[in-house]
Write a protein that binds this ligand. Structure first.
Ligand SMILES: NC(=O)c1ccc[n+]([C@@H]2O[C@H](COP(=O)([O-])OP(=O)(O)OC[C@H]3O[C@@H](n4cnc5c(N)ncnc54)[C@H](OP(=O)(O)O)[C@@H]3O)[C@@H](O)[C@H]2O)c1
Length: 332
């Protein structure tokens, strides 16, 4: 099969022939129709991710058609149109993942390939309102957003919700879920154009985080937030606590701007805030996410579709942060 392969830190992806995966007894092989990038793939390429192994086929997200099975028991899946849950070995505890938890695409070969092998219990029927490309955009970001917004921050109808960094893959799902949930949604972004696009998806308003005193402007237009979903952290995190209403929740799933070195702890305990770390999601949450997406007919926002042979170009686009939504690879 052909695959896009990363052979070392800071190396370009190489599109070349490699051996097809052989499924374990509990696995099926999916003939990948479309895959999608996540910022994780860029962190791995830069060597800024734990547990690096090379060569590796990146890509946690994929949709396609089941083409083979490692056992008789799963042969009935052959021919089914599926999307893949990239959360491998979550384990028994719904609250937190097990020690041997991994995400598809490192250390197990991922979806930037014509075929991927995956435990049969992690393939799910592709939502019928989505194309393969739209479906490939959903798994990792859609799941992360579901747990962070719907489970950890537990956003409720009528609440005022802030989603930071509106252009991000996960952030966009947070916006779409919060709108579908009947929340009043506000955003930040480093681009005014992305704020306008978020408003076209149902956000009420937003502020550019590059502006001075952006957080004060945001409180003025929103009245403060019951819940905030963030992936930037850094020194801006203190401002999220400032903007929270008493009793508010702040969930975060990434740290694009690094550690939080500032902030007044009293603001957190006096306002009775909940600070909630969140990562990916368990198998039940993946199913609940699919139900929610099917029920509300949510369409993932796809920024651009590249052929798999041009995966390196797609990676550079994500690294530059120019995208609004998911960057998808078409595998024909
Ligand atoms: N823990 C998990 O399970 C999990 C899962 C997925 C992702 N993540 C992490 O979450 C982060 C986002 O991932 P992604 O795949 O959605 O990335 P992405 O699509 O590349 O998006 C990058 C995001 O960073 C935002 N950003 C950049 N500078 C910012 C700033 N100064 N303030 C606020 N936001 C800023 C961008 O907002 P604008 O473009 O609007 O400016 C955009 O939302 C990454 O750090 C990733 O590793 C963690």
């Amino acid at each position: 099969m052909k695959a896009s392969i990363l052979k070392g830190i800071n190396q370009a992806l190489v599109f070349e022939e490699t051996s097809s995966p052989v499924p374990e007894a509990d696995e099926v092989v999916v003939k990948v129709k479309a895959a999608a990038l996540n910022h994780r793939d860029v962190w791995i390429q830069k060597g800024q991710y734990a547990g690096l192994v090379f060569p590796i086929i990146l890509g946690s997200d994929g949709s396609g058609i089941v083409s083979a099975s490692g056992s008789e028991a799963n042969k009935h899946l052959i021919g089914k149109e599926v999307i893949i849950n990239p959360s491998l070995n979550w384990g028994e505890n719904p609250r937190v993942q097990a020690k041997d938890y991994i995400i598809l695409g490192l250390p197990k070969n991922g979806c930037l390939a014509e075929e991927v092998s995956i435990p049969a219990r992690l393939v799910h029927e592709k939502p019928s309102h989505l194309s393969f490309e739209q479906a490939a955009a959903l798994p990792l970001a859609g799941l992360t957003a579901y747990r962070a917004a719907m489970v950890r921050a537990a956003i409720k109808p009528g609440e005022t919700v802030l989603v930071t960094g509106a252009g991000g893959g996960v952030a966009l799902f947070c916006i779409q879920y919060a709108v579908a949930q009947g929340c009043k949604v506000f955003v930040t972004s480093g681009s005014n154009e992305k704020i306008e696009k978020a408003m076209a998806l149902g956000a009420i308003g937003g502020v550019n985080y590059k502006n001075e005193d952006w957080h004060k402007a945001l409180v003025k237009i929103s009245g403060g937030f019951d819940a905030t979903i963030d992936s930037a952290c850094g020194d801006n995190f203190a401002k999220l606590a400032d903007m929270a209403k008493p009793g508010g929740r702040i969930a975060f799933y990434g740290a694009t701007l690094g550690a939080f070195n500032s902030g007044v702890p009293a603001k957190i305990f006096w306002k009775q805030l909940d600070i909630l770390g969140s990562t990916m999601g368990n198998d039940e949450e993946f199913k609940a996410m699919l139900e929610f997406v099917n029920k509300h007919k949510i369409f993932p926002v796809v920024d651009e579709v590249f052929p798999l042979a041009n995966a390196e170009e797609a990676m550079r686009k994500m690294d530059e942060g120019k995208q609004f939504g998911k960057i998808v690879l078409n595998i024909e």
